[in-house]
Design a protein around this ligand. Structure first.
Ligand code: SF4
Ligand code: SF4
Length: 401
């Protein structure tokens, strides 16, 4: 007979119209000691305002260094169900597409060895399975891997690459985000499973700058689909938007970040040379505007959530790179970027922080990418671009000044 916990504080989290993890844990507690004692320990934490999880150190499966996040209760006698409470990360399919059969398979294995509680999806993208014991880990891995699943990344490693649904469902995709993510996941298998980096490294791929996967804010390396040609304009559709009540000047022209759109009440014009491919106008006037010409990707580097230093958004490093199979150029660039970071970072420094410390110049020189105006965040007061005396001498010799 399971101990029944009184949970007046957790019960507060069931109020309101939104789904509640407490409700789900209570359902699961009918059959799982992990969920039941998890509720008991959490209620106690809320009451005493103290956490009772110990960091689990290194816990994993043979041959892998990552994929399992170890966690133990510091009150194992009081809450034996969560004495071990490890989290297992499963590498999600590109774009998070599953069949119901695949989801049932995942849940059945998890019911057999773990709490039954899942978190779809963790912020890196993995399918997260919450709560199991150390002695179950090898069996869990054997069952999942025999059915074609693999563990995701954790710790100081390449984290599981993720992407938006891209061309599978979205007409704005400029690149095949699903294929890129699959190929990069295969390319970096060793880096994913065997943590050897200074800290985590995340790759996210979005089909366009709408960035549904929040790469620009959260990935160390973002691959964003873009285009080289003009934005094709259907003026009749522009008029239809106006007739339906869209204030084109307020909602489109004034919102263009580079101020390259004009509208005189009849004709919409775009100065494509000045367009930064931000997607705002296209996303608002889907029927009237469409990218044309060669498609590829912009590579950005350096974003992260606030951990050691504050949060960072990415910098554009390469404005346009081909993103077609076999992705030779893209893969070589990513290897170079990681190599520079691995050589220069102290433990727990993300690549954005190292660029701030070492300077954009040494980074660009190492990866062999020439300076470009798109890499400058704040023209004229950018702290990363420093000139050496030889640079000026070269210019003087060419007689430009
Ligand atoms: Fe579509 Fe762009 Fe969102 Fe990807 S990021 S799903 S291509 S709108
Ligand atoms: Fe302006 Fe963005 Fe539209 Fe380009 S894509 S024209 S920058 S709003």
């Amino acid at each position: 007979m399971k101990k029944k916990y009184e949970t007046p504080l957790l019960d507060e989290l069931e109020k309101g119209p939104w789904p509640s993890f407490v409700t789900e844990m209570k359902k699961d507690a009918q059959k799982s000691d992990i969920a039941n004692d998890g509720l008991g320990q959490l209620e106690k934490s809320f009451r005493t305002k103290r956490g009772y999880w110990k960091h689990g150190g290194i816990v994993g499966v043979l041959g892998y260094g990552g994929g399992v996040i170890g966690r133990y209760s510091s009150l194992p006698e009081e809450f034996p169900g969560v004495a071990h409470n490890h989290t297992v990360r499963i590498n999600q399919p590109s774009g998070w597409f599953y069949t119901t059969k695949a989801l049932r398979e995942i849940c059945d294995i998890w019911d057999k060895y773990g709490s039954g509680l899942t978190n779809l999806h963790g912020s890196t993208g993995d399918l997260v399975l919450l709560g199991t014991r150390t002695e179950n880990l090898e069996a869990i891995f054997a069952e999942y891997s025999s059915r074609g699943w693999d563990l995701g990344g954790s710790g100081s490693a390449m984290r599981t690459p993720s992407c938006c649904v891209g061309p599978a469902r979205c007409e704005w995709a400029n690149i095949d985000t699903l294929d890129i993510t699959y190929v990069l996941t295969q390319e970096f298998q060793d880096e994913l499973h065997r943590p050897a980096f200074p800290y985590k490294f995340k790759i996210k791929t979005a089909g366009c700058a709408v960035d549904c996967v929040a790469a620009i804010a959260r990935a160390d390396l973002s691959i964003i689909g873009t285009w080289k040609g003009r934005i094709q304009i259907d003026q009749n559709e522009v008029q239809n938007y106006a007739k339906k009540g869209m204030n084109i000047n307020a909602e489109i022209v004034n919102m263009c970040p580079t101020q390259c759109i004009s509208y005189d009440g009849k004709t919409l014009k775009i100065d494509d040379v000045e367009c930064s491919r931000c997607m705002h106008c296209i996303a608002k006037m889907t029927k009237a505007l469409r990218p044309t010409g060669e498609k590829g990707a912009t590579i950005l580097v350096g974003s992260k959530a606030p951990i050691v230093v504050g949060s960072l958004l990415s910098w554009v490093i390469v404005p346009f790179i081909k993103a077609e199979p076999p992705y030779t150029e893209l893969k070589a660039l990513i290897h170079k970027i990681i190599e520079w970071w691995d050589e220069n970072a102290k433990p727990r420094e993300r690549i954005g922080e190292v660029i701030e410390i070492k300077g954009m110049r040494s980074f660009l020189e190492y990866i062999g990418v020439p300076p470009h105006p798109s890499q400058v965040k704040f023209p004229r007061k950018d702290p990363f671009i420093f000139f050496k005396d030889e640079d000026f001498e070269k210019v003087y010799k060419k007689g430009k000044y």
